[in-house]
Design a protein around this ligand. Structure first.
Ligand SMILES: Nc1ncnc2c1ncn2[C@@H]1O[C@H](COP(=O)(O)OP(=O)(O)OP(=O)(O)O)[C@@H](O)[C@H]1O
Ligand SMILES: [Mg+2]
Length: 240
């Protein structure tokens, strides 16, 4: 089922509270998009979820199982993959090493066949990675690195995939390809996806629900079909 529930109280950095309160849930096969202008608190929300920003309280559950006290690494072992902003991968390692490393970090004695199956899965979503297997990640284009960063997250076969602005810096064609791939992941893997985005128009094509942040406060939340026509959302937050 992969139902992911999160509740964050007073998240921020040291004494600075960025988000007083945030609460949401996403089911497997659904995508929640976190929208909002620069500085609204999208990244902070995601960091608070995985424990890399401070929070007075963090309650996260996956299928009712309490994961609140777990470290980022333990969360990954429990099926939560976090793909931070900035297309982060190991620049001095090849595409293959980046993918293999993501798999082996959690399954050091993972079966070869299992690894191969996941390789095929990510190559199917991002064919460029198969073509560039031996290339150093640092010499890939920003868009290709973004695909690699998402693929690394998929190598753990996540139950929950958390992505921070995966379309940042990508050309429209690549945004389309990436979102098409995310749509397929959502439909076929049963994974619950939480994604921070500024590209509302593109996100709308695959998101099921949306949560709009404004200066750390939830300005609007609900199913995409409902908020899509919200005048306040379009004018005030998205400039559309
Ligand atoms: N490490 C940090 N230390 C202190 N304050 C921070 C830190 N990171 C972010 N902030 C502040 O927290 C607020 C929210 O920032 P955040 O990065 O969460 O916004 P965002 O919605 O992700 O913006 P963007 O769209 O630019 O990525 C901002 O006012 C920012 O200056
Ligand atoms: Mg951000």
């Amino acid at each position: 089922m992969n139902k992911f529930q999160a509740r964050i109280e007073m998240a921020g950095y040291g004494d600075l509270v960025v988000l007083p309160h945030l609460e949401f849930e996403v089911s497997g096969g659904e995508l929640l998009v976190l929208l909002g202008p620069n500085g609204a608190g999208k990244t902070t929300s995601l960091r608070a979820l995985v424990g890399s920003a401070d929070a007075v309280q963090r309650t996260i559950r996956l299928d009712g199982r309490d994961l609140s006290g777990l470290s980022a690494w333990e969360l990954a072992r429990s099926g939560l993959a976090f793909v931070p902003d900035g297309a982060r991968c190991f620049s001095n390692a090849t595409v293959e090493e980046n993918l293999r490393g993501a798999f082996e970090a959690l399954r050091p004695r993972g079966a070869h066949a299992e690894r191969q199956r996941l390789f095929e899965l990510v190559f199917d979503l991002f064919p460029i990675l198969r073509e560039r297997l031996g290339q150093l990640a640092g010499s890939m284009s920003g868009g290709q690195r973004q695909m690699l960063a998402v693929a690394r997250g998929l190598m753990i076969e996540p139950k929950v995939l958390v992505l921070d602005e995966p379309s940042a810096g990508l050309a429209p064609k690549l945004v389309e390809e990436l979102f098409e791939a995310l749509g397929r992941i959502k439909a076929t893997s049963g994974c619950a996806i939480v994604m921070a985005e500024q590209n509302f128009a593109a996100a709308m094509s695959i998101a099921d629900t949306c949560l709009v942040l404004d200066e750390g406060h939830v300005a609007l939340a609900g199913p995409i079909a409902e908020v899509r026509h919200n005048e306040r959302l379009r004018v005030a937050y998205l400039g559309m």
